[in-house]
Design a protein around this ligand. Structure first.
Ligand SMILES: Cc1ncc(COP(=O)(O)O)c(C=O)c1O
Length: 488
């Protein structure tokens, strides 16, 4: 790829970009049940216009761009109000759930460094359902992850298991409201009691559900308390780019007591340039995502969110009943939110996902992990909730189609061969492995089930090596563009 000698005109430019977008999942069709949170065109347009208008405002310096400062104070204020923060509460706007979580972990770590200096190898306890972003934060920030098994029936964090893992080096407990994989809200009250008893920081990850859950409560759903009304909750992450329907790049990290927020900040005066005071990982950052989030919140308004929540709730109830009516399929746990995991003891769920792709539906594979079996994940949003009848019908047909399919031989043959390999050996065998998995050239195989089965059967460390090598291999300037593997 080379820079064109002369700049392209606008028509050529946007034709080229439009053609690329054709390769992607058709999420506007309402048949994509992951990655995109779609509340319809009006909401999208409010976000798009505000994003464009603030694209070049730089949130790096609130004294130079007071508009961006005001927008952040407004959006944080709305967030604080939403999760029951009092006059001491406050927070910061971040680029997404992962950044909010990383900053919460940094704040907890730096607070522990200041108040418990005898802890030199800090630990955080994660229920196995906590999002991967906590593992990433631990890897970046030098914390040790201690996993706690969840209840095998409900998939909610088990406070007894968490309590059993608390050690002298523990600094942080985590609960989800809800977890991504199963849509289940953890018992935050019990975790709050543990946090208070042991003087620990408790972070509630409400990234995915924190915005709509209060509306679910207003619609009559019993929702366990998960916010600052629960004693012991220190921080809450709350994404606006998921179920508040803002464009990507919008999340909040909120504090019960904003005086702790200074542990999140990074300040530098030891260089020759301008003073740096950053609340987030990024330094220069566009005002676009913040303005878009502000615009979407104000465009939709309280009654609008109540209505959008109702649409997802109705869609979820239909989907859960539909899944339970299909022989061989069942829902894992009892989802408290519009995130559903379906599993099966007799059907190959990975083949089911391929069969759904052939019917034009994108649903997401979830590998097995510590008591949670392989499953199919569905994230419902207002737009795809309207297609749930068709989704259930397709699931019924797909289940009949894959009934009786045996697990593929790939996992058995390649899994055995790989088990004894070191990471260095793996690098060498990688091209051969890709060929065996049916991955040739730049295209993914049409049927991904054998690949998912293989990955699921491998020891976790090896699976990580293989995934890292595979994704790394995709990012090459010589790679041809390929259509979104509708079954990938
Ligand atoms: C519960 C939960 N936490 C954290 C995240 C990470 O958010 P992001 O993808 O915005 O970084 C997600 C993403 O789905 C999530 O569901």
């Amino acid at each position: 790829m080379q820079l064109p000698p002369d700049g392209l005109n606008e028509t050529a430019l946007f034709e080229a970009l439009g053609a690329l977008r054709q390769l992607d999942l058709d999420w506007r069709g309402g048949r994509t049940y992951a990655y995109v949170y779609d509340a319809g065109r009006e909401v999208e347009e409010a976000g798009r216009r505000a994003y464009g208008e603030f694209l070049f405002q730089n949130a790096l310096d609130p004294t130079a761009f007071p508009s961006v400062l005001k927008l952040e104070n407004d959006v944080v204020g709305i967030g604080v109000e939403h999760v029951g923060g009092g006059p001491e509460a406050g927070g910061a706007f971040t680029s997404g759930g992962t950044e909010s979580i990383m900053l919460a972990v940094k704040a907890a770590r730096d607070h522990a460094r200041a108040t418990k200096p005898h802890i030199t190898a800090p630990e955080m306890i994660l229920p196995t359902t906590a999002h991967a972003a906590f593992h990433k934060a631990a890897a970046y920030l030098g914390l040790k992850v201690v996993l706690a098994d969840v209840d095998p029936e409900t998939f909610a964090a088990d406070p007894v298991q968490v309590a059993a893992q608390i050690s002298e080096d523990t600094i942080l407990l985590v609960g989800s409201a809800p977890s991504y994989a199963h849509g289940v809200v953890d018992p935050i009250k019990a975790l709050g009691e543990l946090a208070q008893e042991h003087d620990l920081w408790l972070h509630v990850d409400a990234c995915v559900g924190g915005w709509l859950l209060p509306y679910y409560r207003r619609l009559g759903v019993e929702v366990e308390p998960f916010d600052f009304s629960v004693p012991g909750v220190t921080t809450i992450s709350l994404d606006l780019h998921k179920y508040a329907f803002a464009p990507k790049g919008a999340s909040l990290l909120l504090y019960r007591d904003v005086s702790l927020r200074r542990f999140q900040y990074f300040t530098c005066t030891e260089w020759t340039g301008y003073s740096v005071v950053n609340s987030t990982v990024q330094s220069s950052r566009s005002g676009g995502p913040l303005a878009a989030a502000w615009a979407v919140l104000h465009r939709v308004g309280d009654q609008g969110y109540l209505d959008l929540a109702r649409q997802t709730l109705e869609g979820t109830r239909k989907l859960v009943a539909g899944i339970e009516s299909i022989p061989g399929l069942s829902v894992l746990g009892r989802p408290d939110f519009c995130l559903v995991a379906a599993s099966s003891e007799e059907l190959s769920v990975f083949h089911l996902i391929d069969a759904m792709a052939r019917r034009g539906f994108y649903v997401q594979p979830q590998p097995s992990f510590r008591g949670s079996p392989r499953s199919v994940h569905f994230s419902l949003s207002p737009k795809n909730s309207h297609q749930v009848d068709a989704l259930v019908e397709a699931l019924r047909e797909a289940a009949d189609e894959v009934r009786g399919i045996e697990p593929s031989q790939l996992a058995a043959s390649v899994g055995g061969m790989l088990a004894g390999l070191s990471p260095a050996d793996l690098q060498q065998q990688f091209p051969q492995l890709l060929a065996m998995a049916g991955i040739q050239g730049d295209a993914l195989p049409k049927d991904m089930a054998p690949v998912h089965e293989l990955l699921d059967a491998l020891p976790r460390e090896l699976c990580k090596e293989l995934l890292t090598a595979f994704v790394g291999s995709m990012f090459s300037p010589t790679r041809e563009a390929a259509c979104a593997g509708s079954s990938a």
